[in-house]
Write a protein that binds this ligand. Structure first.
Ligand code: CP
Length: 353
């Protein structure tokens, strides 16, 4: 694989690089004009999204039969991936692991720093650099914002760079969740995503999934957003500025019932109290931001209800039986969307027919 000019030129120090606009940084995370490190939702443009959706659809179809599954599982049987997930995860970890297996990628994992040589004082940066001695891709979840990006930046300066995929970094980004969310909307609406009204509900301040999904809205025409949250946990100004810059209309409200009637999609999230510094979540009544069974009578017949999961009480379990509740399908879509992404990064997407 040819390294781009941007990768081989002398790069600035991390402290100078990190604050730069994403648009300036993305060339450092591409190779041969293709996405190489998947770090930010802003790297996913409409053309790439649609390509990944169709690749995911093809993967699903081809692997239904054993000979197809065997063919796909040989595509990347020469590759190994490391899953470095040092923040709790069920579905991102499991869906990446199984997506690797679908493509034949062999996997290893660290899920707890107490089992790595970090307990002997090795820095996380040296730890992840060590992985690149053994594997061809690193998929990471890390509690510190920017750490996954820093890993990719460091790795691209070494003699053995490997692609880095962000499986969730701090409060800032979860780009592959946004990819699978968009894939779920794409499948729910038969590919017609333009013109939709999307309502995001919950702890929007500290939820990285709603942040990454908001960035993807720039790829669609006439989309409008409503942000429904307790005022303590409203969407951060950087996302609102981004939407204004891209002429994407949005409203902010605490009146969930008032906006749900006009929604084409409702994206529920839980309270992110793992980020509490002094128990601030306990001071908030979250119940007005729950979706209850009686709300099913208020929303459109075509509205879909999503949730990145895990949930607590923000969607009543009895809602799950309604065909408009797509969050269990959304979870499974994650495996196919992530398999499509890895096939693309390794350049075998064209072989899935
Ligand atoms: N949606 C999501 O990121 O779930 P996990 O935390 O279980 O990976």
């Amino acid at each position: 694989m040819q390294r781009t000019q941007a990768m081989t030129s002398v790069q600035p120090d991390w402290e100078n690089f990190y604050p730069r606009p994403i648009s300036e940084k993305t060339p450092f995370f591409s190779k041969d004009g293709r996405l190489y490190d998947c770090l930010f939702a802003q790297q996913l443009n409409r053309e790439l999204l649609e390509h990944l959706f169709s690749t995911a659809d093809r993967l699903r179809a081809v692997t239904q039969k054993k000979d197809g599954a065997d063919y796909v599982s040989a595509l990347l049987s020469d590759k190994r991936a490391m899953l470095y997930f040092v923040q709790p995860s069920t579905r991102t970890f499991m869906s990446f692991l199984n997506a690797c297996h679908i493509l034949g990628i062999k996997t290893s994992e660290i899920r707890d720093t107490t089992t790595s040589s970090e307990v002997k004082g090795e820095t996380p940066e040296d730890t992840v650099r060590t992985f690149s001695s053994y594997v061809d891709m690193i998929i990471m979840r890390h509690p510190a914002p920017g750490f996954v990006e820093k890993t990719a930046w460091l790795m691209n300066r070494t003699g053995r760079p490997v692609p880095i995929v962000n499986g969730g970094s701090g409060k800032d980004q979860h780009p592959t969740q946004a990819l699978l969310d968009m894939y779920t909307l794409h499948r729910s609406f038969g590919g017609e995503l333009d013109g939709k009204h999307i309502v995001m509900v919950g702890d929007l301040k500290r939820g990285r999934t709603v942040r990454s999904l908001s960035y993807l809205m720039k790829n669609y025409k006439n989309v409008s957003l409503s942000f429904v949250s307790p005022r303590q946990f409203c969407m951060e100004p950087d996302i609102l500025e981004f939407l204004k810059r891209h002429n994407i209309p949005f409203t902010e409200t605490e009146d969930f019932k008032g906006v749900m009637k006009s929604a084409d999609a409702i994206y529920m999230t839980r309270i992110q109290d793992e980020h509490d510094k002094s128990g601030e979540s306990k001071a908030v009544d979250y119940s007005p931001f729950h979706f209850r069974k009686e709300h099913l009578d208020l929303i459109k017949k075509t509205c879909v209800i999503l949730h990145p999961l895990p949930r607590r009480h923000e969607i009543e379990v009895t809602v799950d039986d309604d065909p408009r509740a797509v969050f269990w399908r959304q979870e499974r879509n994650g495996m196919w969307a992530r398999a499509a992404l890895m096939a693309y990064i390794f350049g075998v997407d064209g072989k899935i027919r």
